[in-house]
Write a protein that binds this ligand. Structure first.
Ligand code: 9Z3
Length: 370
């Protein structure tokens, strides 16, 4: 009898019990047309995953667990892949950063700052110090769109993400070795399996009921600060591990494409070891290791048969320093997290180095198939 824990059994069980997102069919159709047209043109196509995944606690979801990722890595990488001539399928967390518009979607550069009202009340472009930069971004965006080289597909939950990833990567067959999978999304490791998920909003009230020494039911309300009330109101969440599907991806979903995954750690002492372990376990082509605190200015490439290769850009000069933790502070000396540091100058975006280096390895992957 076949073992019940083979990767394909785990895959079948997971996808049979976790429902697909509503738009899966529509997305699959779009991706299929996109891949066919670029395969026909002999173009390279990269599937980029980007942003965090949510873990719903209820079917009718009021609460969910999330992670830090804003999708900066994925959105920035997409722009550099497009510059390098790739067509890009951008599988991203809904409302996370998007290629090109990312330049105008944070507090310092809102797109409204670039609009103004003319003498007759008409809304239009407002020339200013940033005009050259905006024109450059707009031009690059238009070129990508007009040549139909950018397809955006959103997801929200970990389940949506896995369904979309499987469906889209399975479509990449016609590209052969010209397909590239670049997995930069910050994927949840734990989830609530469907059989344990509440249908409705989890109630704090029903949990606040308990039985006293005489067996009578007692009720605590939200104003009761006694230790006993606090204990009885605790919500304990029991999460299962999310199955790892990288092996299924490598062996079954996209067996010819080049597969690049990211490895995120917070402890510098284990980063390279964990990246190497992932490569050996899943037998794919490249793991890019990064630390939460320094991910915007250093990464390490770990690939089979090659030395580890660090890529670095200078940390923002105005801040000075570096190392673990940013070691940098704002004007009041409050420490800044790496994700608060401005990284907008193209000369200091580390993706400017990462993408050509990945494309070079992709060249070798394609050449090896000839
Ligand atoms: C990454 O390591 C990405 O570089 C970041 C980018 C999520 C750190 P931001 O969105 O951050 O630019 O702020 N992605 C992979 C994270 C991940 O979940 N990796 C899994 C793991 O480490 C393997 S697939 O186990």
């Amino acid at each position: 009898m076949a073992s019940s824990t083979s990767p394909s059994d785990v895959e079948d069980a997971y996808f049979a019990s976790n429902p697909p997102p509503r738009a899966l069919q529509e997305h699959t159709q779009l991706a299929s047309e996109f891949v066919s047209s670029h395969a026909l043109a002999g173009r390279r196509v990269v599937l980029i995953t980007s942003g965090g995944t949510t873990v719903p606690l209820e079917r009718q979801t009021v609460r969910f667990i999330d992670n830090f990722s804003a999708g900066t890595r994925g959105a920035t990488s997409a722009e550099y892949f497009l510059e390098a001539g790739y067509a890009v399928i951008f599988l991203h967390r809904q409302f996370s950063l998007l290629p090109y518009s990312r330049h105008f979607s944070h507090s310092r550069h809102c797109f409204l700052d670039f609009l103004g009202e003319g003498p007759r009340g008409e809304v239009g472009w407002r020339e200013g110090d940033d005009s050259a930069r905006v024109r450059d971004v707009l031009g690059r965006y238009r070129r990508a769109r007009d040549s139909n080289r950018l397809l955006m597909i959103p997801f929200v939950t970990i389940g949506d993400y896995l369904h979309e990833l499987r469906a889209v990567s399975r479509l990449m067959g016609p590209l052969g070795r010209r397909g590239l999978l670049y997995l930069a999304a910050a994927v949840s490791d734990f989830f609530v399996p469907p059989e344990r998920m509440a249908e409705h909003k989890i109630q704090s009230q029903s949990q606040s009921q308990s039985t006293d020494a005489d067996g009578d039911e007692e009720e605590f309300d939200n104003f009761d600060a006694s230790p006993r009330a606090a204990r009885s109101k605790r919500l304990v969440i029991d999460l299962d591990p999310v199955p790892k599907f990288l092996k299924n991806l490598v062996d079954g979903w996209a067996p010819q494409g080049m597969i690049v995954s990211y490895k995120l750690e917070t402890d510098p002492a284990i980063l390279v070891r964990k990246a190497r372990y992932s490569l050996e376990r899943y037998q794919h082509h490249l793991v890019i290791g990064n630390l939460l605190s320094t991910r915007k200015w250093e990464v390490v490439f770990v690939s089979p048969g090659r030395e580890d290769r660090w890529l670095r850009v200078p940390p923002p000069a105005s801040m000075g320093g570096g190392g673990t933790g940013t070691g940098w502070g704002d004007a009041e000396g409050r420490p800044l997290r790496a994700d608060e540091l401005p990284r907008e100058d193209p000369d200091t975006e580390i993706e400017r180095l990462i993408i050509p280096a990945v494309a070079e390895l992709h060249d070798a992957h394609i050449a090896a198939g000839k």
